[in-house]
Ligand binder design. Structure first.
Ligand code: NAG
Ligand code: NAG
Length: 478
């Protein structure tokens, strides 16, 4: 199952840029972190949630820079020792780097810099109050100079107790960091760093995309960057709140295939497990627009992203599934899998259908067993007449033919789907001599592969699993 995981591929392109910048800023982060412990329990080092550090000159990231970033990232692990935080506070030693998203603080009792994994839940609640449109203002911290002096005194005490050379060096470094706030601000100015909230960044990106004076390249870059932010549920909902979502949805009917593609890319991420956004997207016409892209002549990459956005819009949203069926979505997908040059999309389509079939089945089963689904939601699932439509529209045959695909993972998905369609398609499958032949051939092939797997000591291996599903299909179809 695809499960929208391919979005992860993109992460390394944008993250290291910020990660690296942050690392260079580590000393500043440390001081700031210390200054802010009492107001926020997280600091600038904590990218990706509330505050982001961006360098305005660099924010319109272009390909060349991304390449550099990747090259830089490749170097990084050789230079730095990376510390892997846990959910407990642990002392960080000099020269150790922490992964983005970690929580760093200065322990005033011991003078040590400590790190732990961000605690999602707490973080969310902490954030709720301070969220919208807030700028980080280093003057408003509640840290007093007395606290700093006390902390310094602790360092001195500590230095007397443990006086290994390394520790002394570390403490000298830490002391250097106690500089007046004015100096700190100057550093920020020199670095040309602006502290922007995710919301502000999204507004800026949407304005860039929405502006008629932006070039195509700028628009695409804005969407590309935006995709990173909308993975977070809160951000995706914020996008909705200022009208940004609709702007992106309208991008789906742009005349530029690339704009369509990247708009779909952003939407796929924004819809993912985000019911509020999914509902708004349906109201905003996203479903029709996605189907139009899939039904008309478009480059393969555009259709791929549109299909991804469609999957993410339909999942766990029975109302959208009903609309999809009403709008003729199954016919659109059928033409798509039969279109020349779109074969690679066929497996994704079949996977989507498998997901929808099993989702409805589990929802109905769950509702009976646990009774904790709302009656409205169950009613909506009941109104998704998926299986009869699939049968009427020839999906039994289409799916059976796809078993001829050469890749193992494609066959795996097709076998899964055949299993899910078995009750509905039994007559068709039973009479389909080609299907029986194909299953026979595959059975022999996977018997051999499973035997090899077994020789290598794997007794519940991948090929054995495929073989098991083939065997059970053959048995059911007898
Ligand atoms: C996008 O641009 C249009 C006009 O060009 C404007 O009316 C609309 O408010 C803009 N939308 C956003 C969210 O900025
Ligand atoms: C897309 O269609 C909507 C209405 O369906 C329209 O408001 C919008 O301007 C269109 N966008 C483009 C870029 O054509």
């Amino acid at each position: 199952m695809e499960r929208g995981r391919n979005r992860k591929e993109k992460r390394p392109l944008t993250m290291p840029h910020q990660g690296l910048l942050l690392f260079r800023m580590a000393p500043l982060c440390m001081l700031l972190g210390m200054l802010m412990v009492s107001c926020f329990n997280f600091c600038l080092c904590h990218k990706n949630s509330e505050f982001a550090l961006t360098n305005p000159e660099k924010s319109s990231t272009k390909e060349t820079e991304r390449k550099e970033t990747i090259a830089e990232e490749e170097l990084e692990p050789k230079i730095l020792e990376v510390f892997h935080p846990t959910h407990e506070w642990q002392a960080l030693r000099p020269g150790q780097a922490v992964p983005a998203g970690s929580h760093v603080r200065l322990n005033l009792q011991t003078g040590a810099r400590e790190v732990k994994l961000q605690d999602e839940d707490k973080f969310q609640t902490n954030l709720k109050g301070s969220k919208k449109g807030k700028r980080l203002d280093i003057n408003t911290n509640t840290y007093t100079s007395q606290d700093l002096k006390d902390a310094l005194a602790k360092f001195k005490e500590g230095a007397e107790m443990e006086n290994s050379k390394e520790d002394q060096e570390r403490q000298a470094k830490v002391k250097q960091l106690f500089r007046p706030i004015e100096e700190l601000k100057k550093d920020f100015e020199e670095l040309n760093v602006v502290i922007e909230t995710d919301m502000q960044i999204m507004v800026r990106l949407i304005n860039k995309f929405n502006s008629s004076s932006s070039s195509l390249e700028e628009k695409i870059a804005a969407l590309f960057d935006l995709e990173y932010y909308v993975h977070q549920m809160d951000n995706a909902q914020d996008l909705l709140s200022f009208g940004g979502l609709q702007v992106v949805i309208n991008g789906l009917n742009s005349t530029e295939p690339l704009v369509k593609e990247y708009a779909a890319f952003v939407l796929g991420a924004a819809f993912s497990s985000n019911p509020k956004v999914q509902v708004e997207a349906i109201e905003g016409g996203a479903l029709q627009k996605l189907l139009v892209i899939l039904a008309t002549e478009q480059p393969l990459t555009t259709k791929k992203k549109a299909l991804f956005a469609l999957c993410s819009l339909l999942r766990h949203f029975p109302y959208a599934q009903q609309q999809f069926l009403k709008l003729g979505g199954l016919q659109v997908l059928r033409s798509l899998v039969q279109e020349k040059g779109m074969e690679v999309l066929a497996v994704r389509v079949v996977t989507l259908l498998y997901d929808l079939v099993t989702e409805k089945m589990f929802a109905e089963e769950d509702a009976e067993l646990t009774q904790d689904m709302s009656p409205e939601r169950l009613q909506q699932y009941r109104q998704v007449h998926l299986l009869p439509s699939l049968q009427e529209q020839g999906w039994c045959e289409i799916t059976a033919h796809l078993l001829a695909l050469p890749e193992h993972d494609a066959r795996e998905k097709v076998l899964q789907t055949l299993g899910a369609l078995l009750a509905t398609c039994w007559d068709r499958f039973h009479q389909d001599t080609q299907l029986h032949k194909t299953l026979g051939t595959l059975q022999a092939e996977y018997q051999a592969l499973a035997a090899l797997e077994l020789q290598e000591g794997e007794d519940e291996g991948y090929f054995q699993e495929l073989l098991d599903s083939i065997n059970s299909l053959l048995m059911e179809l007898r």
